[in-house]
Design a protein around this ligand. Structure first.
Ligand SMILES: [Zn+2]
Length: 124
């Protein structure tokens, strides 16, 4: 009892507040549609990538996004059920085509590879 007891009970109160908030978020997210959860997934992925690039603390994967399916409509008319999603919230088959190199370095490299290919094929 005494000082120690006060510190422990303050810590317990803090943790139970955090857990209550987390539980509330999970209950709220469980009622959302998959499309809305995909928006949350994209937001989380963008924040995680940003944090990793900046060397900051990477937020852990939220439990309420676990098991989220790709959901793209396949050729047979059924929704895709893959749960291994990229930062765009879709699986490796349904993320869309590449939009090409973004950075000036990447563009220069792509151009260089194009030129090399032409040389190899005997064209100028
Ligand atoms: Zn898919």
């Amino acid at each position: 009892m005494g000082r120690h007891y006060k510190e422990v009970s303050a810590a317990l109160a803090m943790f139970s507040a955090i857990f209550a908030r987390q539980r509330e978020m999970e209950e709220r997210a469980a009622r959302l549609s998959d499309d809305d959860r995909r928006v949350l997934f994209r937001n989380w992925a963008a924040r995680a990538n940003e944090a990793q690039a900046a060397g900051r603390y990477v937020p852990s994967f939220p439990q309420y996004l676990r098991g989220l399916a790709c959901g793209a409509i396949k050729k047979n008319g059924k929704p895709c059920g893959m749960t291994t999603l990229g930062a765009n919230g879709r699986c490796k088959f349904h993320g869309g085509a590449s939009t090409g190199p973004r950075t000036p370095e990447g563009r220069a490299k792509a151009l260089e590879n194009l030129k090399l290919g032409r040389l190899k094929r005997g064209k100028s």
